[in-house]
Write a protein that binds this ligand. Structure first.
Ligand code: FES
Length: 263
């Protein structure tokens, strides 16, 4: 996991807004100065409105990069993401990037990368997969969602699916599916990369730590500034026999599963 260069704040033009489902969309942004600097796992902060509501920026991970175009994937869950869902070609979004560290895709301790995502946690996986494949790694995707209609496979390959209601693939969550698949990976050097809701990441961290599998979790959080000013993103990091607080936007958002202490 590496640190990001200094972020810059720019108005980016919306090139396209593609609605994947009734709540999930992918926005293409023209980002000539950001695109070459952004790496898998990093995020950007968007001021979704010129008005005071919502006041704070919203964090989005980088879904893909193609030349000077970057994509973000968003799920409509509140005022800010509703505005992102409804933005139009030609709109301009005030965007701060690059932010955060990267996934440890360049580590040399693994041959097989298992990308485990839950819900909108699938957002950073396409860029991560592309990066890993270029490095010659084998990539396996495990995607979990509540039901079949919420499974997003855009940009991913070699996919196993888990749904809470069993409407597609394995009945259960992505961590349970990964646990059931572990015997298939016997003899392979694994590293797990994950993003999703905290209960899922907590269960996955426990599973990987118990099985001595290196695991990185990208934590989803409300991050109002992204640069360590608002102090709105504390996380607990193990320290000695206890823990210490760090700011997620500065320390992550990708964190080793052996370090993070979930609630
Ligand atoms: Fe403001 Fe981390 S998001 S301090």
């Amino acid at each position: 996991m590496t640190e990001s260069p200094n972020p810059t704040d720019e108005l980016l033009e919306v090139l396209e807004n593609h609605h994947l489902t009734e709540s999930i969309n992918v926005v293409s942004l023209h980002a000539p100065t950001f695109s070459k600097a952004l790496k898998a796992g990093q995020f950007l902060e968007i001021k979704v409105s010129d008005s005071l509501t919502p006041l704070l920026r919203r964090p989005f991970s980088i879904h893909s990069i193609s030349g000077e175009t970057i994509e973000i994937m968003s799920k409509r869950v509140g005022i800010g993401t509703d505005l992102i869902y409804r933005c139009k070609k030609g709109d301009r979004l005030q965007t701060l990037a690059p932010l955060g560290n990267t996934f440890g895709y360049d580590k040399n301790d693994f041959d097989t990368a298992v990308l485990i995502s839950g819900g909108i946690g699938v957002a950073p996986m396409a860029l991560l997969e592309e990066t890993l494949l270029k490095l010659g790694k084998k990539v396996v995707n495990i995607i979990g969602a509540r039901n079949a209609s919420e499974i997003i496979e855009k940009g991913l390959s070699n996919i196993s699916v888990a749904t809470d209601d069993g409407s597609k693939g394995f009945k259960g969550n992505s961590v349970q599916l990964f646990s059931s698949m572990l015997p298939k990976f016997d003899g392979e050097k694994l590293r797990v990369f994950s993003c999703g809701p905290n209960p899922m990441l907590s269960a996955l961290s426990n599973l990987c730590n118990e099985n001595s599998i290196p695991c990185e979790v990208s934590i989803e959080s409300t991050m109002g500034c992204g640069i360590g000013i608002c102090y709105g993103c504390p996380i607990r990091i193990k320290s000695g026999g206890g823990f210490t607080y760090k700011l997620l936007c500065q320390y992550g958002s990708v964190i080793d599963s052996r370090e993070i202490l979930f609630d």
